[in-house]
Design a protein. Sequence first.
Length: 101
Amino acid sequence: MGVLAVYDHESLPRPADLQRIGAALTEDILLGPGGDPWLYGETDLHSEVHQAAGITAEREGCSVADALVLIKARSYTEGTTTSDIAHQIIHHGLRLTNEPE
């Protein structure tokens, strides 16, 4: 997660403007179609999920974005977290489709 700095040397931002900017970033980054609040709990979990998405994309022949959707879907259907599914993919060879290798 990066940091956004908004600087205007002529005037200070109003609190309402800062609140709107924060809400928009939260909506886009955490809750948007590619977002996932679980991913941002700890940095190491975030990287593990993305590593698993890359592995899944290669194994399944899909885009990384589609692989992330597969990971999210599996975590939802199993009632677990994306980091748990990522761990299974990386360390136990979990495949997310029924297609043979």
